[in-house]
Design a protein around this ligand. Structure first.
Ligand SMILES: [Fe+2]
Length: 291
């Protein structure tokens, strides 16, 4: 079954997306074929060759040279410029898909679906599909730079960076694992909007997404998560920072700089962090094209 059909199925009857080995994933051309007489949908036919995705791929090849790479401002500008102009159709999506209808409902806990467009040791291109009220809980990106482009929908994003030097609660009534984070983003983003970037230590490296309407987000991650290389994904629970915060004996001074802070506590992987994986069969990147 193709991506559009799978996502439509999910939207209509709440069934989860099938396992990659048991389902095929297509793109909007597949839907166009089924409804060839429907002019409104045909308008969203993807271009035969998705230049934007290919440009993005080549830029990633140039920019990400492995662990330790943090893109220069010029490289960030190059990647953001491409991402800012990308449309859902560049990766085989359309707002006409049933999944993205605002009234589309899922049964039970809304599960997030992900798909990988391309992955190598240096970077990964992937997408996440969040049904309404779907959540990607608070998690980090150790040593990584992540470009995110919201392609469809509306979502709330909250993000933190660690406060340095490290400030850890030594209160007796709360866990000593609490570490102070500074709020970097806490607001609603609606597509079409520009891409955002987080870096290893700045830009909101620890973030959470909550879908207000069904969403699709395209991520460029460099380098990808790797347990072997010490880039495992950790999850957190946040508690608003207050100056008295019931932190008995805590020596942290009240924050009066107008910034917002939160205590972050590492937690086990929450149940809603589990995602369904689907195969990507949208427009493909061609590894040696134009090189
Ligand atoms: Fe993330």
């Amino acid at each position: 079954m193709r991506i559009g059909a799978r996502l439509m199925d999910q939207g209509m009857n709440g069934t989860s997306v099938g396992h990659v080995n048991h389902s095929k994933v297509g793109y909007i051309n597949g839907i166009v074929k089924k409804k060839r007489c429907n002019r409104r949908i045909r308008r969203h036919r993807a271009l035969p060759f998705p230049m934007a995705l290919q440009d993005l791929f080549h830029a990633c090849q140039d920019v990400f040279k492995g662990p330790g790479t943090v893109p220069t401002p010029e490289d960030v500008q190059r990647l953001c410029h491409i991402l800012d102009h990308m449309r859902p159709e560049d990766v085989g999506l359309s707002q006409d898909l049933q999944f993205f209808k605002p009234k589309s409902k899922t049964k039970g806990t809304p599960r997030v679906t992900s798909t990988t467009i391309y992955q190598c040791d240096n970077f990964e291109l992937c997408m996440f599909f969040l049904p309404s009220a779907g959540v990607i809980p608070l998690h980090n990106h150790p040593g990584m730079t992540v470009f995110s482009k919201l392609l469809l929908g509306s979502m709330h994003i909250k993000s933190y960076d660690w406060v340095e030097p490290q400030q850890v609660s030594n209160g007796s009534t709360m866990s000593s694992k609490l570490r102070l984070g500074q709020v970097k983003a806490d607001g609603v983003f609606t597509a079409p909007c520009n891409s955002s970037v987080l870096y290893p230590t700045t830009g909101g490296n620890i973030h959470a997404f909550t879908a207000i309407t069904p969403c699709a987000i395209l991520d460029v991650i460099g380098p990808p998560y790797s347990q072997e290389d010490g880039r495992d994904c950790l999850y957190y629970k946040d508690t608003p920072y207050t100056t008295n915060a019931a932190l008995n004996g805590d020596t942290i001074q009240p924050k009066e700089d107008g910034e917002r802070y939160g205590w972050l506590e590492e937690i086990d992987m929450p149940a809603n962090a589990q995602m369904d994986q689907i195969e990507y069969l949208g427009p493909q990147v061609i590894e040696n094209r134009g090189r």
